[in-house]
Design a protein around this ligand. Structure first.
Ligand code: FAD
Length: 337
């Protein structure tokens, strides 16, 4: 590996992840955090938009704080495949030489980030939960390590760009300003369909629930003892997403993408209901930025109550159905017949 001249590299890039008409919310989160880092470094914030028919996405990226948007717009980029995305991103890195490149730690981001980092000899830190810059302007990428027992701060002194994939849900999205102005530049698309090895023949949709985007989350833990129906019932009454502690996921009672916590996802909904969850520190780490927390636990001394705005001491198999019924009753009353 060869060292590079860091002075040749500037600007903070954020990859804007687009699937069809949808932009992954982590892209807006990263633009907000990227804005802070770029201001601290005195550099520009650049949105990198790869996809098909993505002009309006580039405009939205400017509204969300980018100074410029670099756009690679071509049918080859829809639906997502790792090879065209990785090749195009790498080409743009080599041409424009960004100092920092931030990518959402989604399935997509994790899939292609390595395809950029390896050939460009970039330093890539995966699954970061905190970002900062030091006095020399180096990126400080923080992430859980040793299975979540410690936090590591990783910096890359000699290679560029300094790349990080960042866990969705850990940063707030700042207010966007539709009047904000910035340059939108179309870049050369270097990928052709005929060069692309992979073809999408069929898409099968598994558990696509994104608990990180939900306004209301109802989570169950070991206390459900294998029966998630009271949690699902309450979630249904509230139009909420179902989530879980690691104990419930480890038991195989619910799918891993619904795990909240240090080794799961970070959620910050308006309302988080934790039922049959004790409140271990690793679980709290994934939900303690929720606006309102309601804990349901049969043990009045469960630690979760210290972190809850409202606590209900009781059996979740009685409390959840009763709450669900009250909510449905209330909703019925609100809707005039
Ligand atoms: P328990 O701690 O067993 O608590 C069950 C609770 O249910 C108890 O408080 C009990 O009083 C209550 N209860 C039982 N029956 C009922 C009932 N009928 N009605 C009401 N309440 C009832 N955990 C995570 O959640 N997310 C993570 O990402 C995560 N990452 C980890 C990373 C590492 C490195 C380590 C070491 C651990 C991690 N853990 C994580 C595990 C964590 O330490 C706890 O073991 C886990 O959160 C416990 O899950 P729980 O609260 O569901 O189970």
């Amino acid at each position: 590996m060869t060292d590079v001249d860091p002075d040749e590299y500037e600007d903070v890039w954020v990859f804007i992840e687009v699937h069809g008409d949808e932009v992954a919310s982590v892209s807006w989160e990263l633009l907000s955090e990227g804005r802070r880092l770029a201001d601290e470094k005195g550099e520009d914030l650049v949105a990198l938009v790869i996809g098909r028919d993505v002009k309006t996405v580039a405009e939205e990226a400017i509204a969300h704080g980018a100074d410029r948007a670099l756009v690679a717009d071509d049918p080859v980029f829809e639906p997502y495949r790792a090879d065209p995305y990785g090749d195009q991103f790498r080409h743009l890195v080599e041409e424009y030489k960004p100092d920092i490149a931030l990518i959402g730690g989604t399935h997509t981001g994790r899939d292609f980030a390595g395809r950029v980092a390896v050939p460009t000899h970039a330093g890539l830190t995966a699954d970061c939960t905190e970002l900062d810059v030091d006095d020399d302007g180096l990126l400080l990428a923080r992430r859980p390590t040793f299975g979540g027992d410690a936090m590591a701060t990783i910096k890359c002194e000699t290679h560029r760009p300094q790349m990080a994939t960042v866990r969705p849900g850990v940063f707030d999205v700042d207010e966007h300003d539709p009047e904000r102005e910035g340059e939108i530049k179309n870049t050369e698309v270097v990928v052709e369909e005929s060069d692309t090895l992979s073809r999408v023949l069929e898409r099968s949709v598994g558990d696509v629930a994104d608990i990180t985007d939900a306004d209301i989350v109802v989570a169950g833990g070991a206390g459900v003892e294998g029966d998630f129906s009271p949690i699902e019932d309450l979630a249904d009454a509230l139009d909420a997403e179902v989530a879980a502690s690691r104990a419930a996921v480890d038991e195989g009672w619910i799918e891993a993408p619904r795990q909240v916590g240090q080794t799961g996802k970070t959620v910050r909904p308006a309302l988080y209901i934790a039922a049959g969850i004790s409140g271990a520190v690793q679980h709290l780490e994934g939900m303690n930025d929720s606006e309102t927390v309601v804990a349901i636990n049969s043990d009045p001394n469960a630690p979760i109550f210290e972190h809850a705005d409202y606590g209900i001491v009781g059996d979740l198999f009685e409390v959840c159905p009763a709450l669900a019924e009250m909510i449905r009753e209330e909703t019925r009353r609100e809707v005039p017949v």
